[in-house]
Design a protein around this ligand. Structure first.
Ligand code: ADP
Ligand code: MG
Ligand code: MG
Length: 199
């Protein structure tokens, strides 16, 4: 079973990965965006880590809803409300249980990804974070490592796609040939599950 500590570790592992990869994420956002994805998420996930320490929420659902709220209030870009919605909706779906199973997490994350698609209007193949998140949720039944591999593959597979949502879509065909920054950061988020589970 996964308790609040697991979910805290997931968020802090993601914050550390975003810190490590911030320059890379911003570099990916340079040719097809406005070169701020790394700094946006770094600001957001640092705030998440700080708030989780201060407020110590004691259920899985409370950890994720608090994290989601922080992302929405600290990240100015498109990715803030989208990631915030992902975590808040996933947290809400987990309810008030003190511990949840991996199958419950998979269902909750599916609800979270659905909420991101409803909010942003992106479908798989539109060259967004959805292209990493949907394969990750599909693979979650096979474990965290399988989900992380699926997310990484999904992010890499955005390179030949033309963007149909977000800033990159303004470039039309010129968005082809570049890996999507949000799909890349989503792969870091899913990889955080592996790290959190290893403790
Ligand atoms: P901004 O584009 O406002 O500067 P960021 O650079 O932080 O925001 O985030 C850009 C990422 O957000 C994109 O790479 C893409 O993955 C994701 N994104 C943008 N618009 C959407 C959308 N409508 N649905 C899903 N993801 C989106
Ligand atoms: Mg940007
Ligand atoms: Mg921006």
């Amino acid at each position: 079973m996964l308790d609040a500590d697991f979910f805290r570790r997931w968020m802090t592992a993601t914050a550390a990965a975003v810190d490590r990869e911030a320059d890379h994420l911003t570099a990916l956002d340079s040719p097809i965006g406005d070169a701020d994805h790394g700094s946006n998420l770094q600001r957001g996930f640092r705030a998440v880590a700080t708030t989780l320490e201060k407020e110590s929420p004691d259920t899985p659902g409370a950890v994720l809803t608090l994290a989601g709220r922080q992302l929405i209030s600290t990240v100015g870009g498109a990715s803030g409300p989208l990631y915030g919605t992902l975590l808040r909706r996933t947290g809400k779906a987990l309810g008030e249980a003190a511990e949840v199973g991996e199958d419950q997490l998979a269902d909750a994350l599916r609800a979270g990804v659905d909420a991101v698609m409803a909010l942003g209007g992106a479908a798989p193949g539109d060259k967004t974070m959805i292209d990493a998140l949907v394969p990750a949720v599909d693979a979650l039944g096979d474990g965290f490592a399988a989900a992380a591999s699926a997310a990484t593959e999904g992010a890499l597979a955005t390179t030949p796609l033309q963007a149909r949502k977000g800033r990159a879509s303004y470039l039309g065909e010129r968005s082809i040939g570049h890996q999507d920054p949000g799909a890349t950061s989503s792969a870091l988020l899913i990889a955080g599950l592996v790290e959190a589970g290893a403790n």
